[in-house]
Ligand binder design. Structure first.
Ligand SMILES: [Zn+2]
Length: 485
């Protein structure tokens, strides 16, 4: 009797095994396709960003607006019908911008548009006046003789190049991150950079910078692209260019903000989680519509749509609005540390973040074990009608997902068209009008499909090799450790 039974079992198992490769049945695929189509018909994502950017506005980490953003988002998540909404503490130093201006004193007196870089000190309560010395790149500044900039302002004039995938950011951003340290090493009293951005608008792009121990701290600012051009023309005229720089900014104590988290509880494996999210903080000048109100809205709405399905997915879906990404990935790091301490890294089945503006998604990428890749390809087939291609062996996790991926968690990326992202990134011009509601709906559709099928499949996405910490920070990297984005 044994043999025929075994044969029968094998015969029955064979067709099941084929669909079992990806652990998704026809019902799951149909539900994902329905989520996709429903999102395209119009989602609540634009209304979410509209509310956040209007009612809270700019949300610099550690300010009273940070607290309002946390409260606003918690209430919104609760109103969206999630099974669970909760806060987790995130502590960091508070940096405040007070005042900033720059003007050329000679040979052609006029004002320039400047912004202090995040983390910069001020000019000491009074304007600083000095001659400007230009460097085409950060490397050129590094190659300057020691002491050659004593009493001078170093100006790094390199220009970020525009690409759809934002890869011009990585090579350019080192000037912002490390310009102050390198200039101070040569004796400079301040550093100015050309904004790390692609627009020709007269807005300067802020963004994080860093100091290191044992190198004097000097003020750091960015000029708008047209103002950087203007300064370059003056310098090329051949006479010494003297500039007055006035920055008031300070780091004042610590603040505890929160990651705001919402969940759809899994029906079979509630302890296994798929995370999606964005960061809730923004820089202080714009209203943080594309960076990153959009990301929080897209992923929250995708999660809420899944939560309204008749049957919850097998695994839990967790939407995370991360605290203080901009000044050093504090929310992502706190989340990863807490999960590591609780032994929950392995419970993370797939993690993704939307933090690249509001442009349409064009590619699905993932870092999973080879055995789980067929699931990614199947998810990609459901995404294909959205104009999304599946790409293997490229991409990387979002910035706040980086810390948990470094501890072994698997990731997925929905790559967005960032052609104009760096026109607005970190400027006063990052406002709601830059968002196309239809594009936002396409992203909701993509995140809903990804999160739902990743939470529904019976396949384990596994864990990845744990990254070993780099011995020294790479000069061309964002201080926050962001990939080129
Ligand atoms: Zn961002």
């Amino acid at each position: 009797m044994r043999t025929p039974l075994l044969l029968l079992a094998l015969a029955l198992a064979a067709p099941l095994a084929a669909s079992d490769d990806i652990g998704l049945d026809a019902q799951a695929i149909a539900a994902a396709a329905q989520l996709r189509d429903r999102a395209l018909e119009g989602s609540e994502a634009f209304a979410f960003v509209e509310g956040l950017t209007t009612e809270v506005g700019p949300r610099l980490a550690g300010t009273e607006a940070d607290a309002r953003a946390v409260e606003w988002t918690k209430r919104r998540f609760e109103a969206m019908g999630f099974d669970r909404v909760y806060l987790e503490p995130v502590t960091f130093p508070v940096w405040l911008r007070h005042r900033e201006s720059a003007e050329v004193l000679s040979p052609f007196p006029q004002k320039l548009v400047v912004t202090a870089l995040g983390g910069s000190i001020g000019t000491g309560g009074a304007p600083l006046e000095a001659e400007v010395v230009e460097f085409a790149t950060l490397d050129e500044l590094k190659a300057a003789p020691a002491g050659s900039l004593a009493g001078k302002i170093a100006f790094i004039s390199n220009r970020m190049v525009r690409f759809k995938d934002g890869r011009g950011y990585g090579p350019a951003v080192g000037a912002r991150s490390n310009g102050a340290v390198e200039a101070a090493r040569k004796g400079a009293v301040a550093v100015l950079i050309r904004s790390i951005g692609t627009s020709n608008d007269r807005f300067a792009h802020t963004g994080n910078m860093r100091y290191v121990p044992d190198v004097p701290r000097i003020p750091a600012g960015a000029l708008s692209n047209p103002d950087a051009d203007q300064l370059v023309r003056m310098l090329r005229a051949g006479q010494p260019v003297r500039l007055r720089l006035d920055i008031s900014a300070e780091t004042v104590g610590e603040y505890t903000s929160h990651n705001v988290i919402a969940e759809v509880t899994g029906r079979e494996l509630p302890g296994e989680v798929v995370t999606i999210g964005g960061h809730l903080d923004s820089w202080d000048q714009g209203t943080g519509a594309i960076d990153d109100g959009a990301g929080v809205a897209i992923t929250a709405v995708a999660g809420a749509m899944i939560g309204r399905l008749e049957r919850a997915p097998r695994r839990t879906i967790r939407v995370i609005a991360y605290a203080n990404e901009e000044q050093g990935l504090y929310g992502g790091k706190a989340y990863a540390e807490a999960r590591a301490a609780a032994g929950e890294i392995g419970a993370h089945q797939l993690s993704a973040e939307s933090d690249f503006g509001a442009g349409r998604v064009y590619a699905l990428r993932a870092g999973v074990t080879p055995a789980a890749w067929p699931v990614i390809e199947r998810i990609g087939q459901v995404l294909a009608p959205l104009g999304v291609a599946t790409e293997q062996g490229v991409g990387g996790p979002g910035p706040d997902v980086g810390p948990i991926v470094a501890k072994g968690a698997t990731w997925a990326q929905l790559a967005q068209d960032g052609t104009d992202y760096f026109d607005y990134h970190h400027t006063p011009n990052d406002t709601l009008d830059k968002i196309d509601p239809k594009a936002l709906d396409q992203q909701v559709a993509a995140y809903a499909v990804l999160a739902y099928l990743a939470a529904e499949t019976t396949v384990d996405f596994g864990t990845l090799p744990v990254a070993t910490p780099a011995p020294a920070p790479a000069p061309a990297q964002d201080p926050a450790g962001k990939p080129a984005r």
